[in-house]
Design a protein around this ligand. Structure first.
Ligand SMILES: Cc1cc2nc3c(=O)[nH]c(=O)nc-3n(C[C@H](O)[C@H](O)[C@H](O)COP(=O)(O)OP(=O)(O)OC[C@H]3O[C@@H](n4cnc5c(N)ncnc54)[C@H](O)[C@@H]3O)c2cc1C
Length: 299
């Protein structure tokens, strides 16, 4: 069926690392007119899902279709789609470069619209923001439904902008007091790995949530390349690949297990690059660790 795109505005840009990482906010209109009829637009995106936008390609100078995981949540920031985008440095990188340029600041200043995909509601009487998945699968990071996540012990590992889906979880969970009203509440550990302190994203906010909900939320930022002398969290890689005498790869999960000694008792989540995800899976297999569940997303 014919896809519907609505013109959104870039309403906020936060450069986390120049030319490398930016947090972007796109604001979607609350009403959209099709063939002379105005339809209300609902924002019911669920934490951990992604929206579809049409940014410009730096290399191709064409509008492209790209998915972006939302880093805030519809409940606390309706119609404002925040995401975090990094320059991939892949050979064919296109939109990920554009997002880091001053042209994006121009688009924001001039109010140049950027398309975001909508969908019809079931009754075809209203529209909602399209989200990439409606069901929880091992290969996506849509948060479990209300009534489930509050009873889980979750450990989430985000490499660089892989923090994005988990930031949405944290914000949603904080808005629900981490599920305390339903009983014990969730226990959520967020491990974020970046190269140096300048790449930490929403660090102060995450520390503050941890201060407010110490029984429910633990934040563990890891610095892999550069760290201050007084850094009290992990440094270096969370898991390391070596080789046996015969050249077989061996993954040492030691540093990760120091942060979370009982990986078999948790619901493990990962977001980051494909290679790191494979290494983590291999490390778990080699150590004979089977978490309660494992779900991951790689971009
Ligand atoms: C569910 C999901 C969520 C994501 N969330 C984020 C996020 O939060 N933050 C983030 O930074 N990135 C996210 N990504 C990745 C993002 O969509 C882009 O792929 C990434 O930013 C790189 O974009 P790029 O245009 O530079 O390069 P690529 O997407 O790698 O594209 C490079 C080139 O490959 C070709 N190409 C790519 N895809 C296709 C295709 N489907 N069909 C045909 N040709 C293609 C095009 O020629 C393009 O110019 C997500 C991806 C998915 C699938």
């Amino acid at each position: 069926m014919h896809e519907i795109f609505v013109p959104a505005r870039i309403t906020h840009l936060l450069t986390i690392e120049s030319q490398e990482i930016r947090a972007v906010e796109l604001t979607v209109p609350e009403v959209y007119e099709i063939n002379g009829v105005s339809y209300s637009v609902r924002d019911a995106m669920w934490p951990g899902t992604a929206f579809l936008a049409r940014p410009m390609g730096y290399r191709t100078r064409k509008l492209r279709r790209r998915m972006y995981t939302r880093s805030n949540c519809s409940m606390t920031a309706p119609y404002v789609l925040q995401t975090i985008i990094n320059h991939t440095h892949e050979e064919k990188a296109d939109t990920s470069i554009w997002w880091q340029t001053s042209e994006v600041e121009d688009w924001m200043r001039k109010g140049i619209p950027l398309d975001v995909r909508l969908e019809w509601d079931d009754a075809h009487t209203g529209l909602h923001i399209y989200e990439n998945t409606k069901i929880c699968k091992p290969s996506n990071l849509r948060l479990e439904p209300d009534g489930e996540w509050e009873h889980m012990r979750i450990v989430a590992i985000g490499f660089s902008t892989g923090l994005t889906p988990f930031l949405s979880y944290v914000r949603y969970m904080a808005a629900h007091d981490f599920g305390k009203s339903t009983g014990e509440g969730v226990r959520f550990t967020l491990i974020v790995s970046v190269r140096h302190p300048g790449q930490l994203m929403f660090h102060e906010e995450l520390l503050e949530v941890e201060r407010l909900f110490p029984q429910h939320f633990r934040y563990h930022p890891v610095l892999t390349r550069v760290w201050p002398d007084d850094w009290k969290y992990s440094t270096g890689r969370l898991f390391r690949v070596g080789a046996t005498a015969s050249g077989e790869p061996v993954v040492d999960l030691g540093p990760l297990r120091q942060v979370v000694p009982d990986l078999q008792g948790v619901h493990l989540r990962f977001c980051g690059n494909k290679e790191a995800c494979h290494q983590l899976e291999m490390g778990l297999r080699q150590a004979g660790i089977t978490p309660l569940s494992f779900r991951s997303e790689v971009w």
